[in-house]
Design a protein around this ligand. Structure first.
Ligand code: SRM
Ligand code: SF4
Length: 571
């Protein structure tokens, strides 16, 4: 069901819009809020503003009831997210980030589904020190969250350093181009000089005073790999390479995953390919898609404010017309491209320069030491002897990149010593699984994800083995709620939390990331999920065609209808 055309009258703008206007370009009262010793929390309006600076206030949900009983305020702490375009950091930067995790957070680093690092459990008194520490390592947290363009993603491309360098360059350029320009970040976190802006000065030439109606996400994909899930982004670029030269990008608009249970006016949507732009046009296209969204996005109802709804409200042809007007040129016709899959490729790769790249499997992106495995320590030891890079994959894994041949044996030794997975012993289904953070830190979680996925996979693997599917690559994506942080609506098996221990089960997405799945069973527990999957896996094993993926099979066998358009997701 399409949402109705609305006028977005400023007098009807949501409270968040007013907070932005009143914030003096994202300053609000963050500084006095940080200095208030009476509470571990920030003032209400600052909770919204702090997101633009790369942080969320959270509380430990495992302890919430106990603290309530004891009449204590919730155990507030902060999640901090660094903006790392393309997920690339040097070894030195990695070491500094790990040190900050030990010093100020819960001692783990979290690799996100958008190639960023997160620290959880940072107390208010340590927030400024941690953000300043991140800046000290020449990284930052500006616009990692908030109603602006977020971390720009791109393929880590372990086997082709030259193409990676070129794509990475564009990733950084787009990210820089769309950064907020207010000096609030430097003033608040880095004790930068207060800049008095005159009334006529344009502080935010792209965003203006109210920034965007909602978050905005960009990814660059290099076919045949769609590991960035380009169609899940507000704006996507698909690299077009001719005669081994990058000539430009196909432009994709209007992707997104978020939805709310029981509200059919919200839905996930895969982006539409609307044309081709040359390299010279990339920044103009990025800026103007953002500007059209800035001016036409819904500022009254936040749950209808993403670009996907702007496009469905305006209609795609009208959106394209506006984009052409804004940017002053028309896009050329889209060029042919083909994706093979949206997963990661594990293990060792030698690039054209003779350097090595090693993709590790990191369960749900959590880098932590446990009694069984010292992953946090092991990666730190590798960083100490490796002078290349650490690249985060869009599927929450880590790639140790540009390992010099003379260091390779030492890295191999550490990998064995710390029992770090390079994807040799896990099933393809486990290697293609994603879980979002969910409990205990995410305030929106309705069910477990990261902490439950390994148990669920153990049980699913029993079924896969029973039906000789252990070697079959199937994407499994689990999230604690329908916001879709693990891109569950692009999972061949998607599980979306409804209540503790209960999930909606979705089936029928494509293995290449270009088709959404659809609800198959609602609000069911583990046993019911496995019971629902078993006959389908049996059927698949017995009747699948050569190289036919599970997501395609369930559609061909009429177990579920294909969703070709976000508006059909609930139909
Ligand atoms: Fe997300 C909100 C975690 C990727 C859609 N997301 C949140 C918050 C901040 C909860 C909150 O608002 O209080 C979560 C913090 C949990 C925690 O404790 O860390 C959270 N999102 C994450 C991460 C860490 C999940 C992960 O396991 O890696 C990912 C961080 C990415 C990054 O580095 O920027 C993350 N979130 C995504 C993705 C995937 C993507 O972008 O490719 C999506 C779906 C794509 C999309 O945006 O449509 C996603 N997150 C959301 C939404 C729904 C937005 C919507 O349009 O409705 C919310 C809720 C919101 O914004 O109100 C949300
Ligand atoms: Fe939290 Fe929901 Fe995102 Fe999972 S999908 S991290 S539960 S907001």
């Amino acid at each position: 069901m399409a949402i109705e055309q609305t006028k977005y009258d400023p007098s009807k703008h949501s409270d968040v819009e007013k907070i932005k206007v009143d914030s003096n370009y994202l300053r609000g009262t963050i500084t006095p809020s940080l200095e208030n010793p009476v509470t571990g929390a920030l003032a209400d309006d600052d909770l919204m503003l702090i997101k633009f600076h790369g942080s969320y206030q959270q509380d430990d949900r495992d302890l919430r009831n106990e603290r309530r009983k004891q009449k204590l305020e919730p155990l507030y702490s902060f999640m901090i997210r660094a903006r790392i375009p393309g997920g690339v950091a040097s070894s030195e930067q990695y070491i500094q980030m790990a040190q900050l995790a030990t010093q100020y957070s819960s001692g783990s680093l979290r690799l996100t589904t958008r190639q960023a690092y997160q620290w959880h459990g940072v107390f208010k008194r340590n927030l400024k020190k941690t953000i300043a520490g991140i800046n000290h390592s020449m990284l930052d947290t500006i616009a990692a969250c908030g109603d602006v363009n977020r971390n720009v993603m791109s393929n880590p491309l372990p086997e082709t350093s030259q193409v990676h360098a070129e794509i990475f360059d564009w990733t950084k350029k787009i990210s820089e181009h769309l950064l907020p320009k207010t000096s609030a970040y430097h003033e608040i976190w880095l004790d930068g000089e207060k800049v008095a802006s005159s009334q006529n000065e344009v502080v935010e030439p792209i965003y203006g005073q109210t920034y965007l109606p909602r978050k905005f996400k960009i990814a660059i994909a290099v076919p045949p790999y769609n590991d960035v899930d380009v169609f899940a982004n507000d704006l996507g670029f698909i690299a077009i390479v001719e005669d081994e030269k990058l000539i430009g990008f196909n432009v994709v608009v209007g992707g997104g995953m978020g939805s709310s249970h029981g509200d059919d006016t919200t839905y996930p949507r895969v982006g539409d390919v609307i044309g081709f732009c040359t390299l010279e046009q990339v920044l103009a296209v990025s800026e103007n898609v953002v500007k059209v969204q800035r001016d036409f996005g819904n500022r009254e109802v936040r749950k209808h404010a993403r670009l996907k709804y702007t496009i469905d409200t305006l209609t795609l042809p009208v959106f394209q017309q506006k984009l052409h007007e804004y940017q002053g040129f028309e896009l050329a016709a889209a060029k042919p491209y083909e994706f093979k899959h949206n997963g990661d490729r594990y293990g060792w790769f030698e690039d054209e320069n003779g350097n090595w790249h090693l993709t590790l499997y990191i369960h749900s992106g959590r880098i932590v030491d446990t009694d069984e495995k010292k992953l946090f320590t092991g990666l730190l030891e590798i960083a100490k002897i490796h002078d290349g890079e650490f690249r985060i994959s869009p599927n929450q894994n880590m790639i140790i990149s540009n390992i010099k041949p003379k260091v390779k044996a030492k890295v191999e030794k550490l990998i064995k010593e710390f029992d770090i997975s390079i994807g040799e012993t896990e099933t393809p289904a486990r290697l293609n699984s994603i879980a979002c953070v969910a409990f205990p830190t995410c305030s929106l979680a309705m069910a477990e994800a990261e902490r439950y996925l390994p148990d669920f996979m153990d049980k699913l693997e029993v079924l896969l083995e029973k039906y000789s599917l252990s070697e079959q690559s199937i994407n499994v994506r689990m999230t604690g709620c329908p916001n879709g942080c693990g891109r569950p609506f692009l999972g061949e098996i998607g599980m979306v939390g409804k209540a503790p221990g209960k999930y909606n089960l979705y089936l029928g997405a494509s293995h290449k990331g270009h088709r959404l799945n659809k609800i198959y069973r609602e609000n069911i527990n583990e046993q019911q999920i496995l019971e629902a999957l078993e006959p389908l896996l049996k059927d698949y094993s017995e009747n699948k065609q050569t190289e036919e993926y599970f997501g395609d099979y369930v559609i061909r066998a009429n177990h579920i209808k294909a969703v070709t358009n976000g508006l059909d997701f609930h139909a």
